[in-house]
Ligand binder design. Structure first.
Ligand SMILES: Cc1cc2nc3c(=O)[nH]c(=O)nc-3n(C[C@H](O)[C@H](O)[C@H](O)COP(=O)(O)OP(=O)(O)OC[C@H]3O[C@@H](n4cnc5c(N)ncnc54)[C@H](O)[C@@H]3O)c2cc1C
Length: 384
C-alpha cells in the first residue's frame, strides 16, 4: 500500500482541498440551474479543463496534470459531494477514456489525442447499445474493413458526455461470427462524416449529465485509429470498467457525504417539541448510522484505488466498491430525506436530488447483478 487508507499525502491533500474549493465556489451556485436545464454550461467544463481535472493522469509532456489515479478518485468524490452530475464528465474522462489511451494507445495516438483530451476536448465511452447493455459483447455495431480503414455503422445508446464530446471510443465488431473476439475499439471524432448525436435521455437523476444515442452511419475511421489490437476490444472494455467502477464508488461516496452534511446542518437548526431535532436520540442514531455507512464506502473505495495504484489485483475490490457504494448511497440519501421531513421531498432542498442521483449507480458501468456475478466468479475461483 502506498498510503494508509483514509490518510492523504501532502500532494493529495492540497489537490483535494483545491477541488473542494472549486466545487463550492464554481459548481454549487450552478446546481439548481444545471438541474433545471439538464445541462452543464460549457464555461464550467472549461474551468474543469483549466484546473487540470479533465486530464488528471495525463503526463505533463502531453499537457496533462501528471497526477495519479487516486487523485482522479478524490476529484470525483469532491465534485459529487456538491453535484453528482457535475462529477460525471470528470469521471468518464479520467477513469474510462483517458485510462484507455494511457494503457493501449500507441505513441502516435497519444500525441494526437492526449493533449486534446487534457486541454479542451471531452471524451465519451461508447459500448452499450439498445440490445446489449449487461450483455455488452453481443453488440451489433459493425466495422467493415475498407480501403481507408474501417467503415463503422450502428447505434450506441446511453452514452454519457456524448452531447458535449469531441472524441468517442466506440466498440464495434470486425467479425460478428467471432463473438467477443471480433470486438475492437476505435477512436471516432465528432466531425467525421456519418456521426450524429441522437436522442438525449430525460432522466430521473444526474440530469445535468448528457446521456445520448450516438449514431454511426458508415463512418470511415482510419486504421491508425484502432485503439489496442483488432479483436481485443473486449479486453479494453473489461479492464477499463474495472477502474471505472471505483470511480462510480467515489461518485456515490461524494454524494453520500454531501447528503449527510446537509442533514446534519438541518438537524442542528430545525426545532420540534421545543428542541432541536438533532437532540432526539432517534435522529442522532440515524445520523450515526449514515456516518458509519459513509465510512464503509470510503474504505471500500480508497482500498480499491490504492490497490490499483500499488499494482495489486483490484477487479474484485472495484466490483465490491460499486456494489456497496451504490446501495449505501441510495440508503443514506433516503434517510437524509427523512431528517428534513416534508421539505425533504421538495425541490427546496437538495436532499431529494441526492436521492434521485443515487439510483443510476446501481445500473451504469454494470448493474448490481453484474457486480455480483464478477465477485461470485472470483470467490468461486479463489475463495473469499
Ligand atoms: C445514465 C446512464 C449513463 C450511461 N452511460 C454509459 C456510457 O457512457 N457508455 C456506455 O457504453 N453505456 C452507458 N450506460 C449504459 C449502462 O452501462 C447499461 O444501461 C447497463 O449496463 C445495463 O444495461 P441495460 O440497460 O441494457 O439493461 P439489461 O442488460 O437489459 O439489464 C436488465 C436487468 O437484467 C439484469 N440482468 C441482465 N443480465 C443478467 C445476468 N447475466 N445475471 C443477472 N441479471 C442480469 C440486469 O441486472 C438488470 O436488472 C449508461 C446508462 C445510464 C442509465
Amino acid at each position: 500500500m502506498t498510503q494508509p487508507l483514509t490518510q492523504f499525502s501532502e500532494e493529495e491533500e492540497i489537490f483535494r482541498s483545491t477541488v473542494r474549493d472549486f466545487a463550492e465556489e464554481k459548481v454549487k451556485p450552478l446546481v439548481e440551474q444545471m438541474e433545471q436545464e439538464a445541462k452543464q454550461p460549457r464555461e464550467l467544463l472549461d474551468q474543469m479543463f483549466e484546473l487540470g481535472l479533465m486530464g488528471i493522469e495525463v503526463p505533463e509532456e502531453y499537457g496533462g496534470a501528471g497526477g495519479s489515479f487516486f487523485m482522479s478518485i478524490l476529484a470525483i468524490e469532491e465534485l459529487a459531494r456538491v453535484d453528482p452530475a457535475a462529477a460525471i464528465p470528470v469521471d468518464v474522462q479520467n477513469t474510462l477514456v483517458i485510462n484507455q489511451f494511457l494503457r493501449w494507445a500507441d505513441d502516435d495516438q497519444k500525441q494526437r489525442f492526449l493533449p486534446r483530451l487534457a486541454t479542451d476536448t471531452i471524451g465519451s465511452y461508447a459500448l452499450s447499445e439498445a440490445g446489449s447493455g449487461s450483455d455488452a459483447f453481443s453488440l451489433k455495431t459493425a466495422a467493415e474493413p475498407c480501403d481507408d480503414g474501417y467503415r463503422i455503422s450502428g447505434q450506441k445508446l446511453w452514452i454519457s458526455n456524448a452531447f458535449e464530446a469531441g472524441i468517442y471510443v466506440v466498440f464495434a465488431t470486425v467479425d460478428p461470427s467471432a463473438g467477443h473476439r471480433g470486438i475492437t475499439a476505435f477512436v471516432v471524432e465528432r466531425d467525421m462524416p456519418g456521426l450524429t448525436i441522437g436522442k438525449k435521455e430525460d432522466k430521473l437523476g444526474v440530469r445535468a449529465s448528457s446521456t445520448c444515442e450516438v449514431v454511426l452511419d458508415g463512418v470511415v475511421v482510419p486504421r491508425e485509429n484502432v485503439l489496442g489490437e483488432v479483436g481485443k476490444g473486449y479486453k479494453l472494455a473489461i479492464e477499463t470498467l474495472n477502474e471505472g467502477r471505483i470511480g462510480i464508488g467515489a461518485q456515490m461516496l461524494g454524494l453520500a457525504v454531501g447528503a449527510l452534511e446537509g442533514a446534519v446542518a438541518y438537524a442542528k437548526e430545525r426545532e420540534a417539541f421545543g428542541q432541536k431535532i438533532g437532540e432526539f436520540q432517534a435522529v442522532q442514531h440515524l445520523l450515526a448510522e449514515c456516518a458509519t455507512d459513509v465510512h464503509t464506502m470510503r474504505l471500500h473505495c480508497y482500498n480499491a484505488a490504492r490497490r490499483r495504484e500499488a499494482g495489486l489485483p483490484y477487479a474484485r475490490e472495484g466490483a465490491m466498491t460499486k456494489l456497496v457504494a451504490s446501495r449505501i448511497a441510495e440508503s443514506v440519501a433516503s434517510r437524509c430525506v427523512d431528517v428534513y421531513g416534508g421539505i425533504g421531498v421538495t425541490k427546496e432542498c437538495l436532499a431529494e436530488k441526492y436521492l434521485r442521483d443515487a439510483k443510476v449507480a446501481q445500473i451504469y458501468e454494470g448493474t448490481t447483478f453484474m457486480q455480483l456475478n464478477t465477485i461470485a466468479k472470483q470467490v468461486l475461483a479463489e475463495g473469499s
